[in-house]
Design a protein around this ligand. Sequence first.
Ligand code: HEM
Length: 416
Amino acid sequence: MSAVVRLREWIFRRVNGAEGIPVPGPLIGAEHFERVYSDPAADGRSRGAGLSDLFWYWLAPGPQMHQEHLEPGDRYQTVARVTRRVLAVPHARSDALATAATRRALAGVSGFVRLRDLMMPVWAEVFHELVFAESCPPAARDMIVANADDVVNALKGLGLRHMSRRDRLTRYLLSRIEAGTCPVVLPPPFTAQETAWYLQGAFFNTAVVQMSEAMAHILLLAGDISDVSDQSLDDLIDETLRVHPLFGIAHRITSAPITVDGETTIPAGSVLLFNYLAYQRTGPAADDTFDPSRWRRLKRREAHFIPYGMTANRACPARGAAPVMLRAATREVLRRFAVAAPAAHTRSLPNRGPAFLTPIGHRGPGPARLAALRRTDRIADAGRSMKQLVLGTWMVLDARRQKLCTTHFSSLEAQP
Ligand code: HEM
């Protein structure tokens, strides 16, 4: 299968060009990673990078209103402030929301599950409740899940985009904003349509996708954990995010030259590719061994461990609430079930985390069943790789054709 992966990477490079400076990389080592990432000139988000057309294509509709892709400036500041306000939740409430939603999702569940699918409705409900200050109707939950699932499958090359599924959610959000029943709105001059795209991007796409992916990784690795104390769960979660950081690469476009170590100068207009996995594999916790107990000995801030990004440069606004919610949901699952996950576990998680959940005190699947799952998953993986090659290539070409980001910025420049 590695031949298929290499072929896919080769096609992506042919179409997109080998754009960008990898950090850490030959030009800028790991020792300068945090300093360069934190540099005020590493602040451009989308404009001027060819690969932004691909990200915008995946995040549509309304990628120009996705917080992650807004350029620095007043509009970005306003949007970021609104997000911070929504996420400024006391820990006890974050815990209670995630616990209750997980409990609902687990009702009647037992046996074989795909962990990512199991968890998506949980986060759809939690973020709906945070945004609308009311519990999530099942129809809205299903729309949110359909939207988030569509985005993450397209991002992984496992499905094409289905814009009708995504547009249905935009219409729901827009109707709530126009009816005055959405307490979170962007102030003028932002329009209702822009607010709908913003909410969809931050809360019903990024939040739901990231939290579901994180939970799938955590539970796949939770097999041997019986202690559900806060500290043990926090160690499990951090170790999971160290071994499988959710972000692959975060890119920035430099708005001014950056000088590193008094000699190397990165010119303005460069695309910096901050590689989370590569950085986390340097420093005092550089190995691949899964060992939650390391966090009893190691200080997180000294470990080249940046699961939620760099505080100085647009770090994740959920870095306070997300760990508490993940802990609550993990606790709720592990209190009720033993998790057996025999299939391959990779960072990109194309199999959506197949696992057996066995109620505590009951007998789980025997070795033959576990081996059968491992075998079927290996066979399915070959099919998934081919699918990713074909669909991924098609989407890269389609994104190049649509040029959503390039067109957006050239139309702004054309305005008087
Ligand atoms: C385990 C869960 C999560 C992880 C590991 C995670 C990780 C990250 C990272 C590493 C970044 C910075 C990327 C960069 O520097 O470009 C980021 C940005 C962001 N995250 Fe998260 N995230 C998670 C959950 C969430 C949730 C629940 C939300 C809810 C709204 C969220 C919203 C955002 C937004 C809006 C940004 C862009 C920030 C900006 O550019 O101002 N994330 N996240």
